[in-house]
Design a protein around this ligand. Structure first.
Ligand code: HEM
Length: 49
């Protein structure tokens, strides 16, 4: 939420993960899936009190 990361960074992280940090999801998600995941992440907003 509110990340300064670029779409390309997020796409790469989801596809390839990070050694010792996050598993890769390229087997589960194709590029169209990842586009939708990024759109979802971009739509997330902090709770307003
Ligand atoms: C077993 C499941 C998962 C684990 C254990 C996991 C773990 C992690 C960890 C530890 C990081 C930080 C890596 C670093 O040091 O930079 C990370 C980053 C990230 N994860 Fe996951 N993750 C999981 C699933 C997912 C899924 C399902 C998605 C989205 C579909 C996702 C998207 C991301 C993204 C976009 C980042 C980068 C955030 C940033 O650096 O700004 N992760 N994940």
């Amino acid at each position: 939420m509110n990340t300064a990361r670029t779409d390309d960074f997020i796409r790469n992280r989801i596809k390839n993960g990070k050694q010792g940090g996050m598993p890769a999801f390229a087997v589960m998600f194709n590029d169209a899936d990842i586009d939708r995941i990024i759109a979802y992440i971009r739509a997330l907003k902090p709770q307003e009190d």
